[in-house]
Design a protein around this ligand. Structure first.
Ligand SMILES: Nc1ncnc2c1ncn2[C@@H]1O[C@H](COP(=O)(O)OP(=O)(O)O)[C@@H](O)[C@H]1O
Ligand SMILES: [Mg+2]
Length: 235
């Protein structure tokens, strides 16, 4: 459902030029949960931003279902952002003044869905992530794991086929983090959503269907074993 071909991206010019992505090739199937790992500063967020239509690559191509882009500027890939991808961030990005329901409703309204429909979709997706009893709570009244579930409800509410999660468990304790990955797996299995998630945690990464390692500007398909030097012990 997603294919990235020979994607290159650098920043700056002349002596300050930094080549970050040097020809990324990757594919994600429908219903797949893929973990993206790699050292800090290697370009994981840059790659997600380009796939998500927030940034343009210098060369290469991305196909996401019917969308073809990669080097088109962000203002030319509005549909990718509105219909193609949902985002999940480390620090949730919820509006603190709005309750869980209104956080999800507002995102749907911004994408052009009318209020009645938005409220119905928002409730469905909050139920989907296990928050039916927390819809009226504002973020301050929710735990980190619950806040991230609101963000996931927001990301899936518009029926977007691909979720991009940039360190989604970075602010969560171990147990909440694992619960979020379990929820991701369930969304992949039962709803056919595809998820590309950045994580630094090898245990969480090993829960994914597959792991990609981004290093020196290139991705390598990898199992957890080879990525961590062959000596990871069997569970
Ligand atoms: N807008 C930008 N302008 C200049 N350099 C950038 C910009 N965005 C990212 N970089 C640089 O690109 C590299 C990759 O950044 P990033 O994608 O955020 O890495 P990661 O998410 O893997 O930690 C870093 O060296 C970072 O400083
Ligand atoms: Mg990053």
């Amino acid at each position: 459902m997603l294919r990235v071909s020979e994607l290159k991206k650098g920043f700056g010019s002349g002596r300050n030029r930094l080549e970050v992505l040097k020809g990324i090739n990757l594919e994600i199937q429908q219903g797949e949960l893929v973990a993206l790992m790699g050292p800090s500063g290697c370009g994981k967020s840059t790659l997600l931003n380009i796939i998500g239509g927030l940034l343009e690559g210098d060369s290469g191509e991305i196909t996401l279902e019917d969308f073809t882009y990669g080097t088109r500027p962000p203002n030319k890939v509005v549909d990718v952002r509105r219909k193609g991808v949902g985002w999940i961030f480390q620090d949730f990005h919820l509006l603190n003044q709005l309750n869980a329901l209104d956080n999800v409703v507002m995102a749907l309204e911004l994408s052009g869905i009318n209020s009645d429909e938005a409220e119905k979709l928002a409730k469905d997706s909050l139920i989907r992530v296990g928050l039916e009893s927390r819809m009226e709570f504002i973020p301050d009244q929710l735990s980190g794991g619950q806040s991230q579930r609101v963000a996931i409800a927001r990301a899936i509410a518009g029926s977007r086929p691909l979720l991009l999660a940039d360190e989604p468990t970075g602010n969560l304790d171990v147990k909440s983090g694992e619960e979020i990955i379990e929820l991701f797996k369930e969304l992949c299995r039962t709803d056919g959503i595809s998820i590309l998630m950045v994580t630094h945690d090898p245990i969480l990464a090993s829960m994914a269907d597959r792991m990609l390692l981004l290093k020196d500007g290139l991705t390598a398909a990898s199992d957890i074993r080879s990525a961590w030097g062959e000596d990871v012990e069997e569970e």
